[in-house]
Design a protein around this ligand. Structure first.
Ligand code: HEM
Length: 406
Protein backbone atom coordinates (compact mmCIF):
# COMPACT_ATOMS: atom_id res chain seq x y z
CA UNK A 1 0.00 0.00 0.00
CA UNK A 2 1.38 3.41 -0.93
CA UNK A 3 0.44 6.58 0.87
CA UNK A 4 2.09 9.01 -1.50
CA UNK A 5 -0.15 11.89 -2.63
CA UNK A 6 -1.23 12.23 -6.26
CA UNK A 7 -0.74 15.30 -8.47
CA UNK A 8 -2.68 18.31 -7.14
CA UNK A 9 -5.08 18.59 -10.11
CA UNK A 10 -7.96 19.13 -7.65
CA UNK A 11 -6.48 22.34 -6.21
CA UNK A 12 -7.91 25.60 -7.62
CA UNK A 13 -5.23 28.23 -8.43
CA UNK A 14 -6.64 30.73 -5.91
CA UNK A 15 -5.84 28.32 -3.07
CA UNK A 16 -2.17 27.88 -4.06
CA UNK A 17 0.42 29.79 -2.01
CA UNK A 18 4.17 29.28 -2.38
CA UNK A 19 5.22 28.48 1.19
CA UNK A 20 8.10 26.36 2.49
CA UNK A 21 7.73 25.54 6.19
CA UNK A 22 11.40 24.52 6.42
CA UNK A 23 12.82 27.69 4.85
CA UNK A 24 13.63 30.39 7.37
CA UNK A 25 15.54 33.35 5.85
CA UNK A 26 19.09 33.66 7.27
CA UNK A 27 18.39 37.11 8.72
CA UNK A 28 15.14 36.08 10.48
CA UNK A 29 15.70 35.43 14.16
CA UNK A 30 12.28 33.96 15.03
CA UNK A 31 11.15 31.00 12.88
CA UNK A 32 7.50 31.55 13.85
CA UNK A 33 7.66 34.73 11.74
CA UNK A 34 7.36 32.68 8.55
CA UNK A 35 3.91 31.60 9.77
CA UNK A 36 2.86 35.04 11.02
CA UNK A 37 3.91 36.44 7.69
CA UNK A 38 1.22 34.28 6.08
CA UNK A 39 -1.41 35.97 8.26
CA UNK A 40 -0.04 39.40 7.30
CA UNK A 41 -0.22 38.39 3.61
CA UNK A 42 -3.89 37.48 4.07
CA UNK A 43 -3.58 33.95 2.64
CA UNK A 44 -6.77 31.80 2.51
CA UNK A 45 -7.64 29.99 5.77
CA UNK A 46 -7.10 26.72 3.92
CA UNK A 47 -4.40 26.85 1.26
CA UNK A 48 -2.13 24.48 -0.67
CA UNK A 49 1.61 24.84 -1.15
CA UNK A 50 3.49 22.81 -3.77
CA UNK A 51 6.60 22.73 -1.52
CA UNK A 52 7.82 19.65 0.38
CA UNK A 53 5.83 17.19 -1.68
CA UNK A 54 2.78 19.47 -1.73
CA UNK A 55 0.47 19.87 1.27
CA UNK A 56 -2.45 21.84 2.65
CA UNK A 57 -2.10 24.30 5.52
CA UNK A 58 -4.98 24.93 7.93
CA UNK A 59 -4.73 28.43 9.41
CA UNK A 60 -7.94 28.61 11.45
CA UNK A 61 -8.12 27.40 15.07
CA UNK A 62 -11.33 25.39 14.51
CA UNK A 63 -9.95 23.66 11.40
CA UNK A 64 -6.72 22.81 13.20
CA UNK A 65 -8.73 21.33 16.09
CA UNK A 66 -10.83 19.35 13.60
CA UNK A 67 -7.74 17.87 11.94
CA UNK A 68 -6.36 16.86 15.36
CA UNK A 69 -9.63 15.27 16.48
CA UNK A 70 -11.24 13.82 13.37
CA UNK A 71 -9.00 10.80 12.82
CA UNK A 72 -11.54 9.19 10.50
CA UNK A 73 -10.76 11.88 7.92
CA UNK A 74 -7.31 13.05 9.04
CA UNK A 75 -4.98 10.18 9.90
CA UNK A 76 -1.57 10.23 11.59
CA UNK A 77 -0.63 7.03 9.76
CA UNK A 78 2.03 7.76 7.11
CA UNK A 79 1.38 11.48 7.39
CA UNK A 80 4.95 12.81 7.44
CA UNK A 81 5.85 15.89 5.37
CA UNK A 82 7.64 15.68 3.00
CA UNK A 83 6.17 12.22 2.31
CA UNK A 84 8.77 9.48 2.81
CA UNK A 85 8.22 5.75 2.25
CA UNK A 86 9.02 3.50 3.95
CA UNK A 87 8.81 5.46 7.21
CA UNK A 88 8.70 3.94 10.69
CA UNK A 89 5.19 3.84 12.15
CA UNK A 90 5.63 5.59 15.48
CA UNK A 91 3.75 3.98 18.33
CA UNK A 92 1.25 5.33 19.30
CA UNK A 93 1.55 8.58 17.30
CA UNK A 94 1.47 7.00 13.84
CA UNK A 95 -1.55 4.77 14.50
CA UNK A 96 -5.22 5.80 14.49
CA UNK A 97 -7.85 4.85 17.09
CA UNK A 98 -8.79 2.31 18.23
CA UNK A 99 -5.44 0.50 17.61
CA UNK A 100 -3.44 3.44 18.95
CA UNK A 101 -4.70 2.75 22.46
CA UNK A 102 -2.43 -0.33 22.74
CA UNK A 103 0.70 1.76 23.20
CA UNK A 104 -1.08 4.88 24.44
CA UNK A 105 -2.45 3.02 27.44
CA UNK A 106 1.00 1.56 28.09
CA UNK A 107 2.70 4.98 28.19
CA UNK A 108 0.02 7.32 29.53
CA UNK A 109 0.08 6.08 33.18
CA UNK A 110 3.82 6.80 33.32
CA UNK A 111 3.33 10.51 32.68
CA UNK A 112 0.25 11.47 34.72
CA UNK A 113 0.54 14.59 36.91
CA UNK A 114 1.12 12.38 39.96
CA UNK A 115 3.74 10.23 38.23
CA UNK A 116 5.53 13.35 37.03
CA UNK A 117 5.39 15.01 40.44
CA UNK A 118 7.38 12.04 41.71
CA UNK A 119 10.15 12.97 39.25
CA UNK A 120 10.43 16.49 40.69
CA UNK A 121 13.53 15.94 42.85
CA UNK A 122 15.39 14.06 40.14
CA UNK A 123 14.63 16.83 37.62
CA UNK A 124 15.63 19.53 40.10
CA UNK A 125 18.97 17.88 40.83
CA UNK A 126 19.61 17.61 37.11
CA UNK A 127 18.80 21.31 36.53
CA UNK A 128 20.90 22.40 39.53
CA UNK A 129 23.95 20.42 38.34
CA UNK A 130 23.73 21.92 34.87
CA UNK A 131 23.16 25.53 35.97
CA UNK A 132 25.81 25.42 38.72
CA UNK A 133 28.37 24.30 36.15
CA UNK A 134 28.25 27.68 34.34
CA UNK A 135 26.47 30.16 36.65
CA UNK A 136 29.70 31.76 37.93
CA UNK A 137 31.16 32.14 34.45
CA UNK A 138 28.64 34.80 33.43
CA UNK A 139 27.78 33.25 30.09
CA UNK A 140 26.59 30.07 28.39
CA UNK A 141 25.13 28.79 25.19
CA UNK A 142 21.71 28.13 26.62
CA UNK A 143 20.96 25.37 24.13
CA UNK A 144 24.19 23.37 24.21
CA UNK A 145 24.82 23.88 27.94
CA UNK A 146 21.32 23.51 29.26
CA UNK A 147 18.22 23.16 27.09
CA UNK A 148 19.52 20.17 25.08
CA UNK A 149 21.02 18.49 28.14
CA UNK A 150 18.05 18.55 30.53
CA UNK A 151 15.54 16.57 28.39
CA UNK A 152 18.22 14.25 26.97
CA UNK A 153 19.46 13.39 30.48
CA UNK A 154 15.86 12.89 31.59
CA UNK A 155 15.28 10.53 28.65
CA UNK A 156 18.34 8.45 29.61
CA UNK A 157 17.18 8.28 33.20
CA UNK A 158 13.63 7.23 32.29
CA UNK A 159 14.80 4.61 29.81
CA UNK A 160 17.32 3.15 32.26
CA UNK A 161 20.37 4.16 30.20
CA UNK A 162 23.57 5.09 32.06
CA UNK A 163 24.32 8.79 32.60
CA UNK A 164 27.83 8.37 31.08
CA UNK A 165 26.15 8.01 27.70
CA UNK A 166 24.84 11.59 27.76
CA UNK A 167 27.54 13.04 25.43
CA UNK A 168 26.93 10.20 22.95
CA UNK A 169 23.17 10.85 23.02
CA UNK A 170 23.63 14.59 22.64
CA UNK A 171 25.63 13.92 19.46
CA UNK A 172 23.10 11.42 18.14
CA UNK A 173 20.15 13.71 18.76
CA UNK A 174 21.98 16.66 17.22
CA UNK A 175 22.36 14.70 13.97
CA UNK A 176 18.81 13.36 14.21
CA UNK A 177 17.19 16.77 14.64
CA UNK A 178 19.54 18.97 12.60
CA UNK A 179 21.16 17.01 9.77
CA UNK A 180 19.83 17.57 6.25
CA UNK A 181 22.19 14.99 4.70
CA UNK A 182 20.11 11.97 3.69
CA UNK A 183 22.90 9.39 4.07
CA UNK A 184 23.82 10.77 7.49
CA UNK A 185 20.17 10.74 8.55
CA UNK A 186 19.71 7.11 7.48
CA UNK A 187 22.86 6.03 9.30
CA UNK A 188 21.70 7.95 12.35
CA UNK A 189 18.24 6.29 12.42
CA UNK A 190 19.94 2.88 12.08
CA UNK A 191 22.25 3.79 14.95
CA UNK A 192 19.31 4.83 17.20
CA UNK A 193 17.42 1.61 16.43
CA UNK A 194 20.62 -0.34 17.14
CA UNK A 195 20.98 1.31 20.54
CA UNK A 196 17.32 0.70 21.42
CA UNK A 197 17.58 -2.91 20.30
CA UNK A 198 20.66 -3.46 22.51
CA UNK A 199 18.84 -1.74 25.37
CA UNK A 200 15.81 -4.02 24.97
CA UNK A 201 18.02 -7.13 24.87
CA UNK A 202 19.70 -6.00 28.08
CA UNK A 203 16.36 -5.30 29.80
CA UNK A 204 14.98 -8.65 28.68
CA UNK A 205 17.91 -10.38 30.34
CA UNK A 206 18.05 -7.99 33.28
CA UNK A 207 14.65 -6.33 33.94
CA UNK A 208 14.73 -3.09 35.94
CA UNK A 209 12.24 -0.48 37.14
CA UNK A 210 12.39 1.69 34.02
CA UNK A 211 10.39 2.46 30.89
CA UNK A 212 12.54 0.34 28.57
CA UNK A 213 11.78 -2.73 30.71
CA UNK A 214 8.09 -1.87 30.80
CA UNK A 215 7.94 -1.52 27.01
CA UNK A 216 9.94 -4.66 26.24
CA UNK A 217 7.77 -6.76 28.56
CA UNK A 218 4.46 -5.31 27.29
CA UNK A 219 1.71 -7.77 26.33
CA UNK A 220 -1.67 -7.40 24.67
CA UNK A 221 -5.04 -8.20 26.29
CA UNK A 222 -4.62 -11.89 25.37
CA UNK A 223 -1.29 -11.99 27.18
CA UNK A 224 0.79 -12.17 23.97
CA UNK A 225 3.97 -10.08 23.82
CA UNK A 226 3.44 -7.01 21.61
CA UNK A 227 5.31 -7.08 18.28
CA UNK A 228 9.00 -6.34 18.85
CA UNK A 229 9.27 -3.78 16.03
CA UNK A 230 6.28 -1.83 17.43
CA UNK A 231 8.04 -1.70 20.78
CA UNK A 232 11.21 -0.35 19.19
CA UNK A 233 9.09 2.26 17.38
CA UNK A 234 7.49 3.25 20.67
CA UNK A 235 10.89 3.82 22.32
CA UNK A 236 11.99 5.69 19.20
CA UNK A 237 8.94 7.98 19.49
CA UNK A 238 9.79 8.82 23.10
CA UNK A 239 13.22 9.88 21.88
CA UNK A 240 11.77 12.06 19.10
CA UNK A 241 8.84 13.48 21.05
CA UNK A 242 10.45 14.54 24.29
CA UNK A 243 13.81 16.04 23.34
CA UNK A 244 13.74 18.71 20.64
CA UNK A 245 10.28 19.96 21.66
CA UNK A 246 11.40 20.69 25.22
CA UNK A 247 14.78 22.10 24.11
CA UNK A 248 13.26 24.60 21.70
CA UNK A 249 10.35 25.57 23.94
CA UNK A 250 12.90 26.41 26.62
CA UNK A 251 15.01 28.29 24.11
CA UNK A 252 11.99 30.39 23.11
CA UNK A 253 11.13 31.12 26.75
CA UNK A 254 14.68 32.08 27.78
CA UNK A 255 15.09 34.18 24.65
CA UNK A 256 11.96 36.10 25.62
CA UNK A 257 13.06 36.50 29.25
CA UNK A 258 16.55 37.61 28.19
CA UNK A 259 14.98 40.53 26.33
CA UNK A 260 12.29 41.42 28.85
CA UNK A 261 13.26 42.65 32.34
CA UNK A 262 9.62 43.09 33.37
CA UNK A 263 8.77 39.46 32.55
CA UNK A 264 11.83 38.27 34.49
CA UNK A 265 10.69 40.29 37.52
CA UNK A 266 7.10 39.04 37.19
CA UNK A 267 8.24 35.42 37.10
CA UNK A 268 10.69 35.89 39.98
CA UNK A 269 7.80 37.25 42.06
CA UNK A 270 5.86 34.03 41.37
CA UNK A 271 8.59 31.56 42.33
CA UNK A 272 7.05 30.79 45.72
CA UNK A 273 3.54 30.51 44.32
CA UNK A 274 3.39 27.29 42.22
CA UNK A 275 -0.15 27.93 40.92
CA UNK A 276 0.71 31.40 39.67
CA UNK A 277 3.93 30.12 38.13
CA UNK A 278 2.07 27.33 36.34
CA UNK A 279 -0.44 29.84 34.95
CA UNK A 280 2.47 31.90 33.61
CA UNK A 281 4.07 28.79 32.10
CA UNK A 282 0.82 27.98 30.27
CA UNK A 283 0.97 31.40 28.66
CA UNK A 284 4.63 30.96 27.74
CA UNK A 285 3.66 27.63 26.16
CA UNK A 286 0.80 29.27 24.23
CA UNK A 287 2.92 31.98 22.69
CA UNK A 288 5.92 29.69 22.10
CA UNK A 289 4.31 26.68 20.40
CA UNK A 290 7.15 24.97 18.55
CA UNK A 291 5.31 22.07 16.84
CA UNK A 292 3.62 22.07 13.45
CA UNK A 293 1.94 18.68 13.19
CA UNK A 294 0.76 16.83 10.10
CA UNK A 295 -2.06 14.57 9.01
CA UNK A 296 -2.92 12.49 5.90
CA UNK A 297 -6.35 12.71 4.27
CA UNK A 298 -7.87 9.21 4.48
CA UNK A 299 -10.26 9.47 1.50
CA UNK A 300 -11.44 12.02 -1.06
CA UNK A 301 -13.89 14.42 0.57
CA UNK A 302 -14.91 18.08 0.53
CA UNK A 303 -13.99 19.96 3.69
CA UNK A 304 -15.67 23.37 4.01
CA UNK A 305 -16.07 23.46 0.24
CA UNK A 306 -12.42 22.56 -0.42
CA UNK A 307 -11.85 19.29 -2.29
CA UNK A 308 -9.30 17.14 -0.44
CA UNK A 309 -7.91 13.97 -2.02
CA UNK A 310 -6.86 10.69 -0.43
CA UNK A 311 -3.24 10.93 0.80
CA UNK A 312 -3.11 14.75 0.65
CA UNK A 313 -1.07 16.02 3.58
CA UNK A 314 -2.29 18.72 5.97
CA UNK A 315 -0.13 20.84 8.28
CA UNK A 316 -1.55 22.34 11.47
CA UNK A 317 0.62 25.24 12.72
CA UNK A 318 0.04 25.47 16.47
CA UNK A 319 1.63 28.90 16.65
CA UNK A 320 -1.13 30.24 14.38
CA UNK A 321 -3.95 28.44 16.23
CA UNK A 322 -2.65 29.87 19.52
CA UNK A 323 -2.86 33.42 18.16
CA UNK A 324 -6.34 33.17 16.72
CA UNK A 325 -8.17 36.39 17.74
CA UNK A 326 -11.52 34.57 17.66
CA UNK A 327 -10.32 32.36 20.53
CA UNK A 328 -7.76 34.38 22.51
CA UNK A 329 -8.30 37.88 23.83
CA UNK A 330 -5.42 40.11 22.72
CA UNK A 331 -3.58 37.10 21.29
CA UNK A 332 -0.31 38.94 20.65
CA UNK A 333 -0.08 40.13 24.26
CA UNK A 334 1.89 37.85 26.56
CA UNK A 335 -0.29 37.94 29.65
CA UNK A 336 1.38 35.90 32.38
CA UNK A 337 -1.90 35.94 34.35
CA UNK A 338 -4.11 34.79 31.44
CA UNK A 339 -6.89 32.69 32.98
CA UNK A 340 -8.67 31.23 29.93
CA UNK A 341 -6.05 29.59 27.76
CA UNK A 342 -7.23 26.92 25.32
CA UNK A 343 -3.86 26.66 23.61
CA UNK A 344 -3.05 23.68 21.39
CA UNK A 345 0.69 23.54 22.03
CA UNK A 346 0.36 19.90 23.08
CA UNK A 347 -2.26 19.06 20.46
CA UNK A 348 -5.81 17.90 21.26
CA UNK A 349 -7.80 14.71 20.70
CA UNK A 350 -6.63 11.10 20.61
CA UNK A 351 -2.91 11.90 20.21
CA UNK A 352 -2.70 14.77 22.69
CA UNK A 353 0.82 14.90 24.08
CA UNK A 354 1.46 12.19 26.65
CA UNK A 355 4.48 14.09 27.98
CA UNK A 356 2.81 17.48 28.57
CA UNK A 357 3.06 17.26 32.36
CA UNK A 358 6.68 16.19 32.15
CA UNK A 359 7.45 19.03 29.74
CA UNK A 360 5.79 21.54 32.07
CA UNK A 361 7.61 20.13 35.08
CA UNK A 362 10.95 20.42 33.27
CA UNK A 363 10.13 24.06 32.47
CA UNK A 364 8.99 24.84 36.01
CA UNK A 365 12.00 23.23 37.65
CA UNK A 366 14.40 24.97 35.26
CA UNK A 367 12.78 28.40 35.66
CA UNK A 368 12.68 28.04 39.41
CA UNK A 369 16.36 27.34 39.92
CA UNK A 370 17.61 29.53 37.06
CA UNK A 371 15.76 32.66 38.19
CA UNK A 372 17.02 32.24 41.75
CA UNK A 373 20.61 31.58 40.68
CA UNK A 374 20.76 33.90 37.63
CA UNK A 375 18.00 36.47 38.22
CA UNK A 376 19.24 38.87 35.52
CA UNK A 377 20.55 37.89 32.09
CA UNK A 378 20.48 39.16 28.53
CA UNK A 379 21.22 37.95 25.02
CA UNK A 380 24.87 38.08 23.99
CA UNK A 381 25.28 40.88 21.45
CA UNK A 382 24.67 39.09 18.22
CA UNK A 383 23.05 35.87 17.17
CA UNK A 384 24.66 34.12 14.21
CA UNK A 385 22.92 34.41 10.83
CA UNK A 386 20.88 31.33 9.94
CA UNK A 387 20.41 30.52 13.62
CA UNK A 388 16.67 29.82 13.36
CA UNK A 389 15.18 26.74 11.72
CA UNK A 390 11.66 25.76 10.66
CA UNK A 391 9.88 22.44 10.07
CA UNK A 392 7.68 20.25 12.29
CA UNK A 393 9.60 21.53 15.34
CA UNK A 394 10.86 25.11 15.03
CA UNK A 395 13.72 26.53 17.01
CA UNK A 396 17.24 27.84 17.29
CA UNK A 397 20.69 26.36 16.80
CA UNK A 398 22.25 28.36 19.62
CA UNK A 399 21.27 30.95 22.20
CA UNK A 400 24.27 32.71 23.80
CA UNK A 401 23.29 34.37 27.09
CA UNK A 402 25.33 36.68 29.35
CA UNK A 403 25.04 37.92 32.93
CA UNK A 404 27.25 39.30 35.67
CA UNK A 405 30.02 36.76 36.39
CA UNK A 406 30.83 35.51 39.88
C1 HEM B 1 7.16 21.41 25.21
C2 HEM B 1 7.38 20.15 24.88
C3 HEM B 1 6.44 19.32 24.05
C4 HEM B 1 5.61 19.72 23.03
C5 HEM B 1 5.41 21.13 22.48
C6 HEM B 1 4.92 18.53 22.57
C7 HEM B 1 3.95 18.53 21.57
C8 HEM B 1 3.23 17.41 21.21
C9 HEM B 1 2.13 17.43 20.27
C10 HEM B 1 1.60 18.66 19.56
C11 HEM B 1 1.66 16.16 20.17
C12 HEM B 1 0.47 15.68 19.34
C13 HEM B 1 0.94 14.87 18.15
C14 HEM B 1 -0.18 14.61 17.15
O1 HEM B 1 -1.34 14.97 17.39
O2 HEM B 1 0.14 14.05 16.10
C15 HEM B 1 2.49 15.32 21.02
C16 HEM B 1 2.35 13.96 21.17
C17 HEM B 1 3.18 13.18 21.95
N1 HEM B 1 4.14 13.61 22.84
FE1 HEM B 1 4.68 15.53 23.15
N2 HEM B 1 5.37 17.45 23.28
C18 HEM B 1 6.30 17.89 24.20
C19 HEM B 1 6.98 17.12 25.12
C20 HEM B 1 6.89 15.76 25.24
C21 HEM B 1 7.64 14.95 26.18
C22 HEM B 1 8.62 15.49 27.23
C23 HEM B 1 7.33 13.66 25.95
C24 HEM B 1 7.89 12.47 26.68
C25 HEM B 1 7.18 11.63 27.30
C26 HEM B 1 6.32 13.64 24.89
C27 HEM B 1 5.72 12.51 24.38
C28 HEM B 1 4.71 12.51 23.43
C29 HEM B 1 4.10 11.31 22.91
C30 HEM B 1 4.47 9.87 23.30
C31 HEM B 1 3.14 11.72 21.98
C32 HEM B 1 2.22 10.83 21.13
C33 HEM B 1 0.91 10.61 21.81
C34 HEM B 1 -0.06 9.77 20.98
O3 HEM B 1 0.15 9.60 19.78
O4 HEM B 1 -1.04 9.28 21.55
N3 HEM B 1 6.10 14.93 24.48
N4 HEM B 1 3.42 16.13 21.66
Amino acid sequence: MTYLPGPPTHVPPELIVDFDMFAVPADMDDPAEIWRDLVRRGVPEIFYTPRNGGHWVFMDYDDIITAYRDWEHFSTHYAVVPPIEPFPVMQPQGVDPPQHKVFRSLLAPLFTPIAVRAMHDELTQRAVRLIDAFADKGHCDFIADFAAQLPTGTFLHLMGLPEERLPEFLKISDVFFRSTDEAERNANATQIYGILNALFEEKQANPKDDIATLIVQARDEQGELLPYQDKLDCAFLLFIAGLDTVTNTMAYVWRYLATNAEARATLRAKLDDPDALLLAVEELLRINAVSNLFRRVVDDFAYKGVQLKRNDRVIMPNTIANRDPAVFENPETIDLERLVNRHVTFGVGPHRCIGSHLAKRELLVALDYWLRRIPEFTLADSLPRGNAFGGPVMGFRSLPLVWQAG
